[in-house]
Design a binder for this molecule. Structure first.
Ligand SMILES: [Zn+2]
Length: 75
């Protein structure tokens, strides 16, 4: 399995640290109430509620439906 290491010498962890300076557009969202930078995947896990001030973000009907389906659908 030496060829695997040659193809991916750094791994996904090193990839993340390299991007810490240049934040990709769309991955971070600013809370309109308390202006905290919110990591979007984290925010989605929190059902679009700001963890700092509990401000509810505006979410589209599609997102609302996704959350609804995710909750009601048996896994
Ligand atoms: Zn907030």
């Amino acid at each position: 399995m030496n060829w695997l290491k040659r193809i991916r010498p750094a791994g996904p962890a090193a990839d993340n640290t390299e991007r810490s300076n240049a934040v990709p557009e769309g991955l971070w969202k600013k809370c309109p109430k308390c202006a905290s930078p919110l990591y979007r995947p984290e925010l989605e896990r929190n059902l679009d509620v700001c963890p700092k001030c509990e401000h509810h973000m505006r979410i589209g009907a599609r997102r609302r439906l996704d959350i609804f389906l995710d909750r009601s659908w048996p896994h």
